[in-house]
Design a protein around this ligand. Structure first.
Ligand SMILES: Nc1ncnc2c1ncn2[C@@H]1O[C@H](COP(=O)(O)OP(=O)(O)OP(=O)(O)O)[C@@H](O)[C@H]1O
Ligand SMILES: Nc1ncnc2c1ncn2[C@@H]1O[C@H](COP(=O)(O)OP(=O)(O)OP(=O)(O)O)[C@@H](O)[C@H]1O
Length: 521
């Protein structure tokens, strides 16, 4: 196919001795690389290494939009970033940010896309055609008139992509685009990006912790080190072969390049003592049934996952169990007593909740205060030592005085989890605790969670990560069509092909491999 973007003699992007920081602190250090041929490049690196910051510098938002400084240069097609008219570089280098919702300005899909075109001064007479064409390209024609906040996570991600595609970017930067998607939506989104790239002949930079599903598309991997400088830059196979270096930096290695995993021995506790009992639970939002007829019980010390497609009601169920919201029908019994009979103080002491959006949890102005807040409330001793330990375990020590809102996505998530892990509560509710985390932190987090489980804490994870379900969970509950569609061991779920399809779940890597080799039917 003919190249859509003419190729002058200049490389697409040249980053030369580029550094960026705030006050004395350099976040990106002396980066030099050129992008030209490769269709897909993955930018990886430990959480906090500066990947999102790099994306913001590339499209010209930083240092303009913040009080930051920069050294060195970024050139696009031979022209210095600062020589571009305000806002025009972000059309050539289009970034889809980590949280697509932060990108939307309008209520409805077509208005959002029209807004983007308006900013580009496209005449109204030409808008409809462009909107229809981009919606067709991403397979969202049927959703033209939909309200954005009523779309599923995967659909929102597609609309965020569409709004960037309308600017005809030559370089498309996607910052953890599949982190919030259910397993099938995630694969579909990757296929979509692949077809967009082939059709438009643009170049794509993917910022991602988990390289697995992107791997077949990747031509190059560029890793940032914890100190914000380039750690490695080369072909995917060469980079991911350096296992020791990746391990030390806490970077995920593709599953197929890891030694055959021995499954973590799941701790299926003998304990038959019930901690939660749910009967006839139903929850509605207006006319919409979110959950109905949900019955199950959990025992002390179990490690349970809630799985299901985007919008299936997993977070809703978790919030109901933690009494953050009230059901319209049904009963919940917690530790032998109706949930509503518990006093607020006693309930909060017995349980911990990690929100899907970590920012919903922050109540203080600094990382160390955030960690000590609960301890002081519960009149704990040794607060300083306990805080130090958590800072160290969660790699937050050098940010202890930072405002929680200024942290990177992964750091925010680590802080929200760490704030719940000091104690040994009876039950811990986690809404997607591992998304956007590097390998090192995921490992550390799972060690701490399983240690708590050994001490008798019941753990509930809402997760899209089937590897995690496979390795750690004794039980998985699948929500589909507003009902509880499965309640049992993960191994049994992996045998239920139809249900997996219906709930938009995937087999974990281990089972996909077995299937590929004909070991299972
Ligand atoms: N505050 C709200 N107002 C209106 N609708 C909501 C609200 N919160 C959730 N919903 C809707 O309720 C349904 C269930 O949402 P919920 O967040 O529980 O799903 P989920 O399974 O956790 O999804 P995801 O995997 O995308 O996080 C979805 O259709 C969602 O759009
Ligand atoms: N506005 C800000 N003020 C001060 N420090 C900041 C600000 N924004 C980001 N940082 C710091 O810059 C560093 C890099 O953050 P960035 O979000 O680029 O990391 P990342 O590699 O994308 O991380 P993650 O994988 O966790 O998303 C972090 O240590 C973060 O705390």
């Amino acid at each position: 196919m003919a190249e859509k973007h003419p190729k002058p003699n200049f490389p697409l992007l040249e980053v030369e001795h580029f550094s960026f920081g705030f006050e004395e602190q350099a976040l990106l250090k002396d980066l030099s690389f050129t992008l030209q041929k490769e269709a897909f490049t993955l930018v990886g690196g430990a959480s906090g290494s500066g990947k999102s910051t790099l994306a913001l510098c590339l499209n010209g938002l930083y240092p303009e939009a913040v009080e930051g400084w920069k050294q060195g240069s970024i050139r696009f097609r031979g022209k210095e970033a600062e020589e571009f008219e305000k806002g025009s570089l972000s059309q050539k280098i289009g970034v889809v940010f980590q949280d697509p919702e932060s990108q939307f300005c309008m209520m409805k899909v077509e208005d959002e896309l029209a807004f983007v075109l308006e900013n580009q001064k496209v005449p109204s007479s030409a808008m409809e055609k462009k909107i229809d064409s981009v919606l067709e390209e991403i397979g969202m024609t049927a959703h033209k008139h939909d309200v954005i906040h009523e779309l599923s996570g995967g659909q929102k991600q597609k609309i965020a992509l569409a709004s960037i595609l309308l600017m005809q970017p030559e370089l498309l930067v996607l910052d953890e685009p599949t982190a919030n998607l259910d397993p099938v939506s995630s694969v579909e989104f990757i296929e979509l990006v692949n077809s967009v790239q082939r059709e438009r002949q643009c170049r794509v930079l993917i910022i991602e912790h988990q390289p697995d599903d992107w791997f077949p598309l990747l031509e190059r991997v560029l890793l940032l080190g914890r100190n914000g400088s380039i750690l490695a830059d080369g072909s995917p196979y060469d980079i991911y072969r350096s296992k020791q270096m990746l391990f030390e930096e806490g970077i995920h290695i593709p599953l197929f390049m890891q030694p055959p995993e021995t499954l973590v021995e799941k701790q299926n506790p003998d304990c038959r003592e019930e901690i939660l009992k749910v009967k006839g639970l139903a929850f509605f939002r207006g006319e919409k049934t979110i959950l109905s007829d949900v019955d199950f019980q959990l025992n002390k010390g179990e490690f349970v996952a809630f799985a299901g497609e985007n919008g299936a009601g997993k977070s809703t169920l978790l919030q109901l169990l933690a009494r953050l919201i009230q059901p319209q029908k049904g009963h919940i019994v917690f530790d032998g007593k109706p949930l509503n009979d518990w006093g607020e103080g006693a309930l909060r002491q017995k349980s911990g909740y990690v929100f899907q959006n970590p920012e919903h949890q922050f109540i203080t102005d600094s990382v160390d205060e955030e960690l000590s807040f609960g301890m002081l409330m519960n009149e704990k001793t040794d607060v300083k030592t306990r805080v130090e330990l958590l800072l160290k375990k969660f790699h937050l020590k050098e940010h202890q005085h930072a405002n929680p809102f200024s942290l990177s996505g992964g750091q925010k998530r680590r802080l929200s989890v760490a704030a719940m892990l000091d104690d040994t509560p009876d039950i811990l509710f986690f809404d997607e605790p591992t998304f956007g985390q590097d390998a090192g932190t995921t490992e550390e987090l799972m060690k701490m969670v399983t240690a708590l489980q050994r001490e008798g804490t019941t753990i509930i994870f809402v997760t899209h990560d089937m590897e995690l379900v496979d390795r750690y969970c004794g039980r998985v509950l699948v929500l589909s069509g507003s009902r509880l569609a499965f309640n049992g061991e993960p191994e049994k779920l992996w045998g239920r092909q139809e249900l997996l399809k219906q709930a938009r779940l995937r087999l974990p890597f281990r089972k996909r491999e077995e299937k590929a080799y004909g070991i299972v039917d």
